[in-house]
Design a protein around this ligand. Structure first.
Ligand code: ZN
Length: 267
């Protein structure tokens, strides 16, 4: 009897997880999505506001303007790309924001809904506007491909299992918030950061190349940026590489995608 009950329970969880898979048209695959888009957005806006309160905005006007300028151009490119593919409704609820904070970590991220933060420590690696466009377009690509929902959902299942899942899914649950922090690597120890997986990295590279090209930045800058970033990985790898693990194949794959991206590039 007990076995039957356990079996039924497993079946229920499996059915629940199956139902919770949704198709993300921009990347053309189904992904586990246990948190609604509306909840992801409201969590994002709260956490982003909180992060900005606790961190120092850069006082360097020209660098700040560069971040906002590059951000707007990528934002417009994303809107155009989504409109061309009849996906504009997927950007509903976005409230784009681009901020540069004073922090020597080599890092940048985009929370759901277009909430971007660039750390001043990454600017020596990006070096110029094109390098910055690589990073911003890549981060935005993760966001529009809903990778954070997927990573949160996987972490929720792995860490909590079926039984406590329902409770944790309430937006204000402490566990949900902790997982959120580890997804974006904010306010947690390095070891607790959840890296993107190889598929997610490759999806973000691909879309990022297209977005930056449409925004008027030469996609070849992407190869140069990742080469500089990997040379940067000394004794203590940059924060950015712990969330965005890189390997030799990556740069080769990016190179092979440049001809496609060049079709979107207008000088
Ligand atoms: Zn990435």
């Amino acid at each position: 009897m007990k076995e039957l009950r356990n079996g039924l329970f497993t079946l229920l969880i499996a059915a629940f997880l199956f139902q919770s898979c949704s198709l993300v048209p921009i990347i053309g695959r189904r992904q586990l999505s246990l948190v609604s888009d509306a909840d992801m957005l409201s969590m994002s806006f709260v956490q982003y506001g909180q992060f900005l309160k606790e961190n120092k905005l850069s006082t360097n006007t020209s660098q700040t303007n560069m971040v906002k300028g590059v951000g707007r151009r990528i934002q417009n490119a994303v809107a155009t790309y989504f409109a061309r593919n009849n996906l504009s409704q997927d950007l509903n609820g976005f409230a784009w924001e681009f901020n540069l904070i004073e922090n020597k970590e080599v890092n940048a991220w985009c929370m759901p809904g277009g909430k971007v933060v660039v750390y001043s420590g990454i600017l020596p690696v990006t070096q110029n506007e094109t390098g910055l466009a690589v990073v911003v377009a890549h981060e935005i690509a993760h966001a529009v491909a809903k990778h954070s929902n997927e990573r949160m959902s996987q972490a929720l299942v792995a860490q909590l299992g079926g039984q406590r899942l329902a409770a944790a899914l309430q937006q204000k649950s402490q566990q949900t918030q902790q997982i959120w922090m580890s997804v974006f690597g904010v306010g947690v120890q390095l070891g607790a950061v959840l890296p993107y997986n190889r598929l997610q990295e490759s999806e973000a590279d691909h879309l990022g190349l297209i977005f930056m090209a449409m925004a008027g930045y030469d996609p070849n800058g992407s190869v140069e940026f990742w080469q500089r970033m990997s040379h940067n990985a000394g004794a203590k790898p940059p924060e950015f590489l712990s969330t965005h693990p890189s390997d030799e194949n990556r740069i080769q794959k990016i190179k092979s995608e440049i001809p496609e991206a060049m079709k979107y590039y207008k000088q």
